[in-house]
Design a protein around this ligand. Structure first.
Ligand SMILES: [Zn+2]
Length: 559
């Protein structure tokens, strides 16, 4: 179903028929609504640590759901785009094509955003804009919305996040509606991929975003009185982003009001994106969608995907053990609690099923880890630049040119045209580069792998030398993978002078929560292997829907 008469049908010519071969119990009552919650950068340790204080939506997963306590990603490039696409498609990046947030372009020194689309345009309150917008055009397979719409005529499929890549990745190719936060103007926007105008209820909701924006007096930590025993870190720590003195509660808020010019509006909209206000706004809109679209209102099962991004943005600045992340999660718990209460009221208790997961983990602040005795440190930009420069010089000395197109601490792309002009074997140059990178980057690099090695593992079943290499191969794509893929050592953080990040196949970046709620789910902790690619088949089974037969994930037993 489409919301706007001018809905484009960009995929109408493609062959997208999903295979729905796996048998399901046709006699089981179908759930009316499938709900997928992702909390960006949420690590399972945070849920465990905060469990005594979780009484809302996260609390329902923890206390009433089936929790897969050892869940971990199985792919190497642990970023937001791939993480949400893994949830949304039930497939590994090597099969869904979303290998990272950005990859190196093949023909010029530039990068390509995973959901960039030159043929889609922004849709805001005032209609179609001239600026291009994200879409799932580069996604190589179907996702939840596609499977649901194929199985259930009349199904409505909606995805909401403050990040475009989260809303798009979770839902698939043909969701009826995907909405994300507008960091320039505030409110939620979309892409012509989904339709040429925003539904009236979204425009109405957007009209009052400033009035509804919380934290008018600044973002204060509102942690429970007995919270000291949670094991959360002190408010101000070495390595946090921001100037000393501005890294602790309360965090200031920019001015708001009708008198703001476009610059002031952008500052406020960006601030809203960067803190817990974004989760409040996303959950409010999800509740509005539930009511306005009557999601789960009949037996045609609908889909609601919600991704909360504040944990990620705040986690990058202050680390996963911070009081800021704890405060974000306690608020997310309340917001999701309100959403679930509304689901019980409007869809009906036992008539909806839900999964909770995340797109990736994160490294704790290196300074905190180093103080605890871990070999954690920040790799300097100089170290990385020197490694690349020395490797390029060595290649030039051997081949007469360095064939370098793009590169950073995660790998490099060769200039295919220059290789062809000089009639040099690309495979030989890739191997030479990997060898030189390992030599010159020995102080910070775990491995340097060639496109050819990863292709052999991903496509021909060649054995991987270790688990990290296997994960890298699960992120392989013929067109998108770099010529050489590099990885920093465990606990070594690259690319940031403060704060922290994720993106590696190391264990801390791959750990994720995975939990399910619904009728028939036996509550408790489950220590069997599980991953976010299992969310789709598990939820569909739980909902009484046919499960696509060719997924990488599998339906987890919940009874
Ligand atoms: Zn993320």
């Amino acid at each position: 179903m489409s919301f706007a008469p001018g809905l484009l049908a960009p995929l109408a010519l493609a062959s997208l028929g999903p295979s729905l071969a796996q048998a399901h119990d046709a006699s089981a009552p179908r759930a009316r609504l499938v709900v997928v919650i992702s909390v960006d950068q949420l690590v399972p340790e945070s849920l465990d640590r905060l469990a005594p204080w979780l009484s809302g939506g996260l609390g329902r997963f923890v206390h009433e759901g089936r929790v897969f306590a050892r869940a971990a990603l199985l792919h190497g490039d642990t970023e937001t785009g791939p993480g949400h696409a893994a949830i949304g498609t039930g497939r590994l990046p090597r099969n869904n094509g979303v290998i990272s947030n950005d990859w190196f372009a093949r023909d010029k020194p530039a990068s390509v955003y995973c959901f960039a689309d030159a043929q889609s345009f922004e849709v805001t309150d005032s209609g179609v804009q001239s600026s291009t917008a994200s879409s799932p055009r580069q996604l190589r397979c179907d996702g939840m919305a596609d499977y649901l719409e194929a199985a259930v005529p009349g199904a409505l499929t909606v995805a909401i996040s403050s990040k475009d890549r989260s809303a798009i990745g979770m839902s698939g190719r043909r969701a009826d509606l995907a909405l994300w936060w507008d960091k320039q103007r505030g409110g939620f926007r979309s892409s012509t991929w989904y339709g040429t105008e925003l539904p009236a209820w979204v425009r109405e909701h957007n009209a009052s975003w400033q009035e509804r924006l919380p934290f008018a007096a600044g973002w204060k930590g509102e942690l429970p009185e007995d919270f000291a025993r949670s094991g959360t870190a002190p408010d101000e720590r070495e390595g946090e982003a921001g100037r000393p003195g501005q890294r602790a509660f309360p965090h200031a808020v920019p001015p708001r009001g009708s008198a703001l010019d476009s610059k002031g509006l952008a500052t406020l909209a960006q601030w809203a994106y960067e803190g817990p206000a974004s989760d409040v706004m996303v959950c409010e809109l999800a509740r509005e969608a539930l009511v306005r679209l009557a999601l789960g209102g009949d037996d045609a099962t609908d889909l609601l995907c919600v991704s909360l991004s504040a944990c990620d943005v705040v986690g990058h600045a202050y680390g996963p053990l911070s009081v800021e992340v704890a405060d974000v999660l306690l608020r997310a718990d309340r917001e999701l609690g309100a959403l679930f209460a509304l689901l019980d009221e409007r869809v009906g208790k036992g008539r909806w099923v839900a999964a909770l997961s995340a797109d990736h983990g994160v490294l704790e602040l290196p300074e905190t880890l180093a103080a605890q005795g871990y070999p954690a440190r920040r790799i300097t930009g100089r170290e990385i630049a020197d490694t690349l420069k020395d490797a390029r010089n060595a290649i030039s000395a051997r081949f007469g040119a360095d064939f370098f197109l793009s590169g950073n601490y995660r790998g490099l792309r060769l200039d295919a045209r220059a290789l062809a002009e000089r009639k040099v074997d690309a495979r030989e140059v890739r191997e030479a580069y990997a060898s030189e990178l390992r030599r010159f980057g020995a102080g910070w690099m775990e491995h340097a792998l060639t496109w050819d090695e990863l292709r052999a593992i991903a496509r021909d079943g060649a054995p991987a030398s270790n688990g990290l290499v296997a994960m890298e191969a699960n992120s392989f794509d013929e067109e998108r993978t770099s010529d050489v893929v590099t990885l920093q050592k465990r606990y070594a953080l690259a690319g940031l002078i403060h704060g922290t990040t994720h993106g590696t196949p190391h264990d801390y970046d791959r750990r994720i929560p995975l939990a399910f709620l619904g009728v028939g789910v036996v509550k408790g902790r489950d220590y069997r292997a599980a991953s976010s690619i299992d969310a789709l088949p598990t939820l569909f089974t739980l909902a009484g829907l046919p499960v696509p037969s060719d997924l990488d994930g599998r339906a987890l037993a919940l009874d």
